[in-house]
Design a protein around this ligand. Structure first.
Ligand code: ATP
Ligand code: MN
Length: 272
């Protein structure tokens, strides 16, 4: 007869989450009572078993690992895995977000945007919708969006699927080092440029925070993530965001692979 949140907190305590002060503060900060209620809805509906270890604690969101599973059903041998992205409810960081939402046709006339709790919901929904749109086209890879409730987004987990629950998440492009030849590096560089073009022309989106941190390499292929701030071309700043994305991509490849011959940013911009 314990409270749901007690059970969840206990689950979390027993998992990989380290108990240093900073992390605990973060966990508590993200998983307030209200948020836990939405997490529990996913558990009771049979989508996920529980929240496992934390994959990432970011400025604006934490990402947790979860196995699929209905507590009332027998355990399947090979369980699907999910990444559960939980947007933080703290107010400060949301100030900066208004510029992404203002000027977005899809979110115009939305009076909720000055209420931080509602803003975070809009923000999470924005990521969900953007993921759905990107996922619906076969030309760009991204995690399959599964479901969303308020500030809790469930998507496909990118990483190895081991039965023994030692999950290994996909590497960020920043950390990926399994290139065999320089050609492989060029392929990756070309691919990310192609992604920007397809994203713009087919999906009608500009990522607006594209970097070696927001791209994962899974099965040697490139996946786009973290699209909550992505905007449509009609957004008055979309081309500024695009130039920024291009700059980030070039800077990363320049830093990491010094001998690479890169396109200049204006040519990439024209191409996209
Ligand atoms: P923000 O930058 O808005 O604060 P964030 O950077 O914390 O958000 P993401 O970039 O979406 O959030 O995810 C953070 C990290 O979590 C990623 O770099 C990646 O390592 C991991 N991650 C996110 N989604 C997945 C996924 N679907 N599968 C595996 N790992 C993921
Ligand atoms: Mn990110």
């Amino acid at each position: 007869d314990r409270d749901d949140s007690d059970i969840l907190r206990e689950n979390l305590k027993n998992k990989k989450i380290t108990k240093d002060k900073g992390t605990r503060a973060t966990v508590e900060n993200v998983l307030d009572q209200r948020t836990l209620k939405f997490v529990n809805k996913f558990i009771y509906s049979g989508l996920i078993q529980q929240l496992n270890g934390c994959l990432s604690t970011g400025k604006e969101a934490n990402v947790y690992h979860a196995f699929e599973g209905d507590l009332l059903q027998p355990e399947p041998t090979l369980k699907k895995q999910f990444a559960v992205k939980i947007y933080k409810t703290s107010i400060l960081i949301f100030k900066d977000r208004e510029r992404y939402i203002n000027g977005e046709f899809r979110f115009r006339n939305n009076k909720s945007q000055h209420n931080p709790r509602k803003l975070i919901k809009i923000w999470a929904e924005k990521e969900f919708r953007n993921l759905k749109r990107i996922y619906s086209y076969p030309y760009i890879l991204c995690p399959k969006p599964e479901d969303i409730k308020n500030n809790v987004l469930v998507m496909e987990f990118l990483g190895d699927n081991n039965i023994d629950s030692t999950t290994k998440p996909a590497l960020k492009l920043k950390d990926y080092d399994e290139y065999e030849t320089i050609e492989d590096v060029y392929q990756m560089y070309y691919k990310i440029i192609a992604y920007m073009r397809i994203l713009y022309r087919v999906c009608r989106l500009v990522h607006a925070d594209l970097s070696e941190y927001n791209t994962l390499v899974f099965n040697d292929d490139l996946y786009m993530i973290d699209v909550s701030q992505s905007v449509e071309p009609e957004h008055p700043m979309s081309l500024d965001f695009l130039r920024m994305d291009i700059k980030n991509v070039n800077l990363f490849f320049k830093k990491k692979f010094r001998n690479l011959v890169l396109f200049n940013e204006r040519d990439i911009f024209q191409f996209v």
